[in-house]
Unconditional design. Structure first.
Length: 195
């Protein structure tokens, strides 16, 4: 017996889920078209690993809605919280794109003339664009309304981010030197005050 997610039975909530996903995809596509990136590429497959983690979270979130049991109780509250969290992530990702400007790339690249950006969300975090992805995925998982989706949205991106950040920070330390080391020493990576 199939168990539909909360949003499937309500046209308004279904529209909100679709709008959220389309807004995120459109934002990233627009950024990708504007800034193709130049400079030394040192991605080492981290882009594809992170992309695989994102798609796996989305797949598991949707699949988990068909499994009886494991529901996050109290709907529609988890849906509303998820919607707010996901849109908070979209706003944060937009701010990260704006702060980095042409230096934002989807694959890890560095340039000799690149500056360390410490404005916008970079005043608080080293990688707010990744934090934003995490928020979007967690929000979508809550909107799907299952614990499997929530756990997947927490664990899988952490794996992709850990690898990606190690590659990216090593490249930034090598190419930007002491200015990036000083910047990194005063900010957490993804979660304020924690990591």
């Amino acid at each position: 017996m199939l168990v539909n997610p909360y949003f499937a039975g309500h046209p308004v909530t279904f529209t909100l889920v679709v709008t959220t996903v389309l807004a995120w995809v459109a934002l990233d596509l627009a950024q990708g078209l504007r800034h193709r990136g130049d400079g030394r590429r040192v991605d080492r497959g981290s882009y594809f690993l992170l992309l695989a983690c994102v798609f796996l979270v989305c797949f598991l979130a949707l699949l988990s809605t068909a499994i009886p049991g494991g529901r996050v109780a109290g709907q529609p509250l988890p849906f509303v919280v998820g919607l707010v969290v996901a849109w908070g992530g979209i706003v944060l990702r937009t701010a990260a794109f704006r702060a980095l400007g042409r230096d934002f790339t989807f694959r890890v690249r560095t340039r000799p003339d690149q500056l360390v950006i410490s404005t916008g969300p970079y005043r608080v975090l080293r990688h707010p664009g990744y934090s934003a992805i995490w928020l979007i995925l967690l929000g979508l998982a809550l909107m799907c309304g299952t614990w499997i989706a929530v756990v997947a949205a927490v664990v899988l991106p952490a794996i992709g981010f850990a690898f990606r950040i190690r590659i990216e920070e090593r490249a930034l330390e090598t190419d930007l030197g002491e200015s990036y080391v000083s910047f990194a020493a005063t900010r957490k990576r993804l979660i304020p005050f924690l990591w």
